[in-house]
Design a protein around this ligand. Sequence first.
Ligand SMILES: [Fe+2]
Length: 149
Amino acid sequence: MLGLIWSSKLETGIAEIDAQHRKLVDIGNRVIEAVQEKLGTLCVDEIVKELREYTVVHFQEEEARMESLHYPDCEAHHVEHERLKNQVKQWQREIYTKEMVDASEVLAFLRGWLIDHIMHSDMAFKAWLAGNATCTLKEGKTVTKCSRS
Ligand SMILES: [Fe+2]
């Protein structure tokens, strides 16, 4: 069976974020399963909707955490999250209008959409956190604040 595979490489070490990422992987796998089992457009659409809604919650929480820690790249990360939100919206429209959706296509999209983001951008936050989490909280240290209001 095709599916997204969770591995330790995807762990940020931040329990809440990892739990949310795992949930996104689970929802993503349910989309793939629904396509594989030919459960129909409405069913697939419903799960993609769930994926989109949970993504909004997760992105908000992740960004709030980055802002509170004065992560210097949080603005760029926010822009990427916005792009991902639009991308999944667009993709949902595409698969909704298609007569046949291939499970391997869905898997490829979700890999590029979710796994790549975690592996690169979220891991960059993890790396920054490992080196800066303590010093950003130190009094007197100049930190680049996120410009987003
Ligand atoms: Fe992220």
